[in-house]
Design a protein around this ligand. Structure first.
Ligand code: SF4
Length: 395
């Protein structure tokens, strides 16, 4: 393995210092998420890829996968996640996990819809290859809700079978998946009223002990869909009920992501212990991404931006395009802040602006920016955190 040249135009742009809140709970391993291609066996109503082009549905060539793993390992990354599309459909996924472990990655994860994991021979192979973490995308606690959201009849039963089997395997062998098994829920207008029922289902019926809810990113199929993209003022009361239940009853890992601090109640945003326990941004690993791209990031080819819209942007300053490999590489935290999220008018006078990622642009297109009000640093738990470059400053 040879190190990439530091001055290569294809080198990852350096992450902005202070682009995550300081937290002693964060796993300090540098993480890279490698997208294996956008082919998927589900058709989720909120999929950000919508209908991918044929080229995007093709899988990453194996030689490129090996090279990509080696590139990031040399660069000091010790955690890798495979995502898609659906990574379990990648013909070399087991080899990719084994190669990552052979290189020395100590945390190797997949983000999967889990339908293929119900096949025990496949699950046994990928676990034996050295997988250390599985995050299952599942968004409903009933067959009706899950199958409606993923648009594949029978999905609910397949996912439940997969999760039950993996939970049983971990009970029999506690050394399996040392970095955990979690269920990731995309919180949207259809499932958010059922959040506490979903918690009960996943924790008590399926035996999962780690739940993450991510606020919907209204792009792809969900672009412009106000029904799927519930407003924060509707979702937050249900989120708070969930946090209270997590704190007082379930006492398992529960985190949420994609909620700016200004939409959270003062009692939560001013409590450092609660924030660092429940706000996912305090725990998320510093993450790079590697994804197939034809360049021209931000405005998709052929799409004419509407003047004055949130999506009208100059080209990204955070994405490095590798023309030879047809891949884009970037830091995920910076990409969200600079490209995918917008800062509403109120942010200009908000003390948290230097660190806050902002709000998904698709959300701002649907609902505007009037609900986001500036916050004083002393009203938040961030006031007691160590000062670092890029961190908020009191005004
Ligand atoms: S910077 Fe903007 S979005 Fe973030 S907390 Fe402040 S007002 Fe809300």
């Amino acid at each position: 393995m040879t190190a990439p040249h530091a001055d290569s135009p294809n080198q990852l742009a350096p992450a902005r210092a202070g682009n995550q809140p300081a937290s002693s709970l964060r796993d300090i391993r540098k993480n890279v998420e490698i997208n294996i291609g956008k082919a998927c066996n589900n058709r989720c109503v909120f999929c950000i890829d919508g209908l991918p082009k044929a080229e995007d549905r093709s899988y990453m060539p194996w030689e490129q996968m090996q090279a990509e793993l080696e590139r990031f390992y040399i660069d000091g990354y010790r955690s890798v996640g495979f995502l898609g599309g659906e990574p379990t459909t990648y013909p070399r996924i087991v080899d990719a996990v084994a190669h990552a472990r052979a290189l020395g990655f100590t945390r190797v994860a997949i983000a999967t819809n889990a339908t293929k994991l119900r096949l025990e021979h496949f699950t046994d192979r990928i676990l034996a290859a050295g997988l250390t973490r599985i995050t299952v995308s599942m968004h409903g606690h009933t067959a009706e809700l899950e199958d409606k959201l993923t648009r594949v009849p029978g999905n609910f039963d397949k996912k439940c079978a997969a999760i039950r089997m993996i939970v049983a395997k971990r009970k029999a062998d506690p050394s399996l998946l040392p970095d955990g098994l979690s269920v990731n829920i995309v919180l949207n207008g259809w499932n958010q009223p059922h959040l506490t029922r979903m918690m009960r289902f996943f924790y008590e019926d399926l035996g999962v002990d780690d739940l993450r809810v991510n606020f919907i990113r209204p792009e792809g199929y969900a672009e412009g869909d106000a029904d799927l993209t519930a407003q924060y003022k509707v979702v937050v009361p249900n989120l708070i009920k969930a946090v209270v239940l997590a704190e007082t009853h379930f006492r398992k890992v529960f985190t949420f992501g994609g909620f700016p601090l200004c939409v959270l109640p003062k009692a939560l945003r001013s409590n450092h212990a609660l924030l660092s326990r429940y706000m996912g941004e305090f725990r998320d690993l510093s993450t790079a991404c590697s994804i197939r791209s034809e360049g021209g990031d931000l405005i998709p080819p052929g799409k004419v931006p509407v003047a004055g819209s949130w999506t009208q942007q100059p080209k990204s300053s955070t994405v490095r395009f590798d023309a030879g490999q047809q891949r884009a590489r970037f830091n995920w935290q910076d990409r969200k802040r600079h490209d995918l999220k917008g800062h509403p008018r109120g942010c200009a006078s908000c003390d948290l602006e230097p660190i806050c990622e902002g709000v998904w642009k698709g959300y701002l297109e649907i609902w505007g920016d009037s609900e986001f009000r500036p916050v004083k640093l002393e009203e938040t738990a961030l006031a007691s955190l160590p000062v670092q470059q890029g961190a908020p400053v009191a005004r």
